[in-house]
Ligand binder design. Structure first.
Ligand code: 5GP
Length: 115
């Protein structure tokens, strides 16, 4: 059984977060330490620690991450100029929270993919 992270508490609204979208499958909230004018995390409500733990059972929830990302990008006004979706996996990527999350970053030119 995977260990819960702070993101499970955010999903259950047990700790404060700037939640901008939630449904039965996913939750989206502003990153506490934004790296760009728009920096939102979109996460499945079910706990999946890393991309390595993804199974076919998760396909509907993970597909929802993208439809919600597109909706939020429009609402945030970054869809036209563009934005980046990032999902880190394990040590070499710098993953810090082991509940998979899609970063939606935009609002300025983002530079090269890998610094
Ligand atoms: P990772 O490096 O795992 O891909 O990204 C984790 C992200 O979660 C970081 O951008 C970090 O700022 C964000 N984060 C960590 N703890 C919290 C929290 O308690 N609330 C919010 N809103 N974001 C968090």
């Amino acid at each position: 059984m995977a260990e819960e992270t702070i993101f499970s508490k955010i999903i259950r609204r047990e700790i404060p977060a700037d939640i901008i979208y939630q449904d039965d499958l996913v939750t989206a909230f502003r990153d506490i330490s934004p790296q760009a004018p728009t920096h939102i995390l979109i996460i499945p409500n079910v706990l999946i620690p890393t991309v390595n733990d993804v199974t076919t059972d998760h396909e509907i929830a993970l597909g929802r991450l993208f439809t919600v990302a597109a909706k939020i990008a429009k609402e945030e006004g970054v869809a036209e100029d563009g934005y980046r979706l990032i999902m880190n996996c394990n040590r070499h990527s710098g993953q810090e929270v082991f509940h998979i999350h899609m970063h939606l970053v935009g609002g300025r030119p983002l530079g090269p993919l890998l610094a």
